[in-house]
Write a protein that binds this ligand. Structure first.
Ligand code: PEP
Ligand code: MG
Length: 827
């Protein structure tokens, strides 16, 4: 541990400061030695170099000693004492110019947390910032750009920044990442103005420094690997941070202000939810969490809370980066590096921590102050591009505040319009205010990404995977979106608006007609009855399902209860949610799918660790079997809600017979636990599995005796069969579930089920595809579960077919060679 020495003219001052610093470090074993006064009663105030040397020896640690002095002879005495130390010890002792009281407290806190000598020194030097922030005074430089001193003897490199946008977010992130790989102290200044030099390992400092194209910077590196550090930074700058290989495209924060004028014309994306809408563009905004400021008793507990929140947001951002890198490319994903850098920024974190320890305020208030100052610093920069980075800091800041306060960051739309976003987390989509969201356009996402599914559930027309240009549309610009063809028109002509207004009205009235007949059952012309049920995620969806004539619920995605929280919902919370859905559905069947998180639905509070391929990782039943308590809590809640209703339980992502057996065991245990407490449970509950991994389809014969029904999840079954990730627009052409390879697995499953006397449904998006409906019923599927908005049309299609014609069609389809050929056959 780094220890401290306090040198003062006054023994009582030194003792008082030491007492204060020790009080801040609580149980820490930090040594704070003092050297103060002359020892001469007639002239007590002064310093004595020999005594200072004694104090340094007393505090000596191989981790280092930081010496803080008051003034005048204290400095000279300390320098003399340093001179008289043996060489090896002298290297471990630093004299620090920080103000003694604030510096000692900040340094002691940092040392007690195990900081290195550099970190302790840095902390001491920044100690006045928190005081200035508290008093609302200007700090000599914004905290995100605190000035650092060049070190004598440091190695220097002068180099021109040639990137068109200067050291903006992405190069700044790469610069800081590279600098951080080296132990040396590294700082930058403009070659023309050495007085303003900032820490090169701080993203805030580097990005808000505002270096523009053709400016020459002077990089200083001091330490054992200084030469290597400068050479790495030189290569990076000479390679223009890799940007000359790519078109220069402004980095986009998740929550971005429009940074370019509205583009005109037509964009083609992926049709995700049918319908035509004409309306104003509404780029998304998130509501700020409400934060209060209050005094706290236990700063270390408060700091731990902030640290944990930073880690959780960091993990979620890393996962997002990984997903984007896979779905798009590494270059696009690099924007998240800037977000990660903000989260790791030593300047931001140190100021927040100092505020917690020295001002004894809650973590939320400390973090909010730091973020607000940083945002202000970015907003004050001349360069409009760099100014836009304020949104990155605000976004990351908001995520940490939401995590800390447990408040969900809600999307707010000031007026009704067509929502524009980079992508929407399933939980964001689930909480959309339907009355304001007329349509959805996203830059990323594929046809079966969860946000697309939810848009369909809510009956909101949507086009996804539109690419970067959609983010340049200004708020309020006029848009037409066609969720059937995937076309989006920006600032359309009056003629085009007139044309689409007619089509929109035709679509609305056709939908009304099918809706009216949707409450009657769907029976083929030769008398085969097919259950047409809904995929839902909430009680609101359940009501929408009834409005659309659903015969029940074929898939209740329970994971939406678990998302965007800081802890898992309790048994009672889950019970209340399942119960209210069951009540809306009355006696209609409701298939409750157990927790399916992981993949593209990470849960930071479960601490799943980083996975290179989360879709092939600890997802759904795999996670639940590894966390029996989490799983049984959910099972007990479902069992309790089953009383008086027709609930069925379904396990997702089954790959092996043993998983079914283990899941059933845990279900039996949960039932027994309730029984012991005399809590009622329905006697007969059907148990099924999702067939969404090819292994389950191929082993359907072995699984069938263990269950009551199969429900085929064509979204995942397609992604795993075709090895084409469902959210990845680059492989969207491979994500067609009408592929014969998928149809054959449905056929295998149905045959195995029929032998065992079980039934088969389909709950993937294919079930609601009008072209797929006859093929699925022809293959022997007896239940189709889909987005509520698709139910009326699906029922109408079923009524137009006979089972035998459909079977003949399906027999041909499975023998074709491509999804395209199947589509041609049906249409
Ligand atoms: C599926 O995979 O087809 C399915 C219905 O489950 P989810 O989309 O929730 O993964
Ligand atoms: Mg699935």
């Amino acid at each position: 541990m780094v220890n401290l020495v306090l040198v003062s003219h006054s023994p009582s001052l030194a003792a008082g400061v030491a007492e204060l610093a020790r009080a801040m470090t609580q149980q820490s074993s930090i040594v704070i030695a003092t050297s103060a006064g002359t020892g001469d009663p007639s002239n007590p105030l002064g310093t004595n170099p020999e005594d200072i040397q004694r104090a340094i020896e007393a505090a000596y640690s191989d981790d280092g000693v930081l010496v803080l002095m008051d003034l005048g002879s204290a400095l000279i005495g300390a320098e003399m004492a340093l001179e008289s130390l043996p060489d090896d010890r002298r290297a471990k002792v630093r004299l620090c110019e920080a103000p003694m009281i604030e510096g000692a407290i900040a340094a002691a806190v940092q040392a007690s947390l195990g900081g290195t000598l550099d970190q302790v020194m840095h902390e001491a030097l920044g100690a006045l910032a928190a005081k200035a922030i508290h008093l609302g005074h200007e700090v000599s430089a914004p905290t995100s750009m605190s000035i650092v001193a060049p070190t004598i003897g440091a190695q220097l490199l002068e180099i021109k920044i040639e990137n068109r946008l200067g050291l903006h977010a992405r190069p700044a992130a790469l610069f800081v990442q590279t600098a951080a790989r080296f132990k040396s102290d590294i700082s930058i200044a403009r070659a023309s103005y050495e007085a303003k030099r900032v820490n090169a390992k701080s993203i805030n400092a580097v990005a808000s420094f505002g270096v523009r194209q053709n400016e020459v910077i002077r990089i200083s590196a001091d330490g054992s690997d200084a030469a290597e550090a400068l050479s790495a930074l030189k290569s990076l700058i000479e390679a223009k941070f890799g940007e000359d290989r790519e078109p220069i495209e402004p980095a986009r924060p998740i929550e971005s202000k429009p940074i370019a004028p509205a583009v005109a014309g037509e964009l083609i994306g992926i049709a995700a939810s049918p319908g035509i809408v004409i309306g104003p563009a509404a780029p998304i905004r998130f509501a700020e969490p409400k934060i209060d400021r209050h005094a706290i008793d236990d700063p270390s507990a408060e700091w731990k809370r902030l640290d944990a929140a930073l880690s959780a947001v960091r993990a979620a951002t890393q996962q997002l980066r990984l997903n984007v890198a896979r779905a798009a490319n590494d270059y696009e994903a690099a924007i998240f590096d800037a977000h990660l850098m903000f989260l790791d920024d030593p300047e931001l974190i140190e100021v927040a921590r100092t505020a917690i320890y020295t001002e004894r305020i809650n973590a939320e208030a400390a973090w909010r102050t730091v973020i607000d100052r940083s945002v202000t610093a970015f907003e004050a920069i001349d360069d409009p591009y760099l100014r836009a980075r304020a949104a990155d800091v605000a976004d990351i800041g908001r995520q940490v505040l939401s995590q800390l306060s447990g408040q969900v960051s809600r999307i707010v739309l000031p007026h009704a319009g067509i929502l524009i976003a980079v992508d929407l987390a399933p939980s964001d989509t689930a909480r959309l205010d339907r009355s304001k969201v007329l349509g959805i356009c996203t830059e990323r996402g594929g046809p079966t990404s969860h946000s697309a599914i939810l848009a369909r559930t809510l009956g909101i027309p949507a086009v996804v995977g539109l690419g970067a240009s959609i983010m340049n549309v200004a708020a309020g610009a006029s848009l037409i979106i066609d969720g059937q063809s995937g076309q989006v028109w920006i600032d359309p002509s009056a003629d085009l608006i007139a044309q689409y207004t007619t089509r929109m009205k035709d679509w609305q009235s056709a939908r009304e007609v099918t809706r009216q007949s949707s409450t009657s059952p769907a029976i083929t012309r030769d008398g085969q009855s097919i259950e047409v049920v809904a995929n839902i995620g909430s009680v609101t969806d359940a009501r929408v399902a009834i409005e659309n004539g659903a015969d029940g619920v074929g898939l209740l995605r329970t994971e939406f209860l678990f998302l965007d929280r800081s802890t898992a919902p309790t048994e009672d919370e889950q019970y209340a949610a399942y119960r209210s859905i069951a009540e809306v559905m009355g006696q209609r069947p409701v298939i409750v799918r157990t927790l399916d998180v992981g993949g593209d639905k990470p849960l930071p509070y479960l601490d799943l660790g980083r996975e290179e391929n989360p879709f092939l990782g600890q997802r759904a039943i795999r996670l639940c079997l590894n966390r029996p308590e989490l799983f049984k809590t959910q099972l007990r809640a479902i069992l309790r809600a089953s009383v008086g209703h027709n609930l069925k339980i379904m396990f997702p992502m089954i790959a092996e017979v043993s998983e079914v057996c283990r899941a059933r065991e845990l279900l039996n245990d949960s039932r027994a636990e309730l029984k012991v407490k005399n809590i009622p449970v329905a006697d007969l509950i059907e148990i099924g599995i999702m067939v969404e991994i090819p292994a389950a389809a191929l082993l359907a014969e072995a699984i069938a005796p263990k269950i009551d029904f199969f429900s085929i999840g064509t979204n995942d079954l397609t992604q795993y069969t075709l090895a084409a990730e469902r959210g990845n627009r680059n492989v969207a052409h491979l994500q067609d579930a009408l592929h014969p390879a998928v149809l054959r697995q449905i056929q295998t499953t149905v045959r195995a089920a029929q032998v065992a006397g079980k039934w088969v449904g389909v709950c993937g998006e294919l079930a609601g595809d009008p072209l797929a409906v006859p093929i699925l019923i022809g293959l022997g599927v007896r239940e189709l579960s889909m987005a509520s908005a698709s139910i009326p049309q699906a029922k109408q299609i079923i009524r137009e077919w006979t089972q035998s014609d459909a079977a003949a069609l399906a027999a041909k389809a499975v023998n074709l060679a491509s999804a395209e050929a199947v589509r041609q056959l049906v249409s």
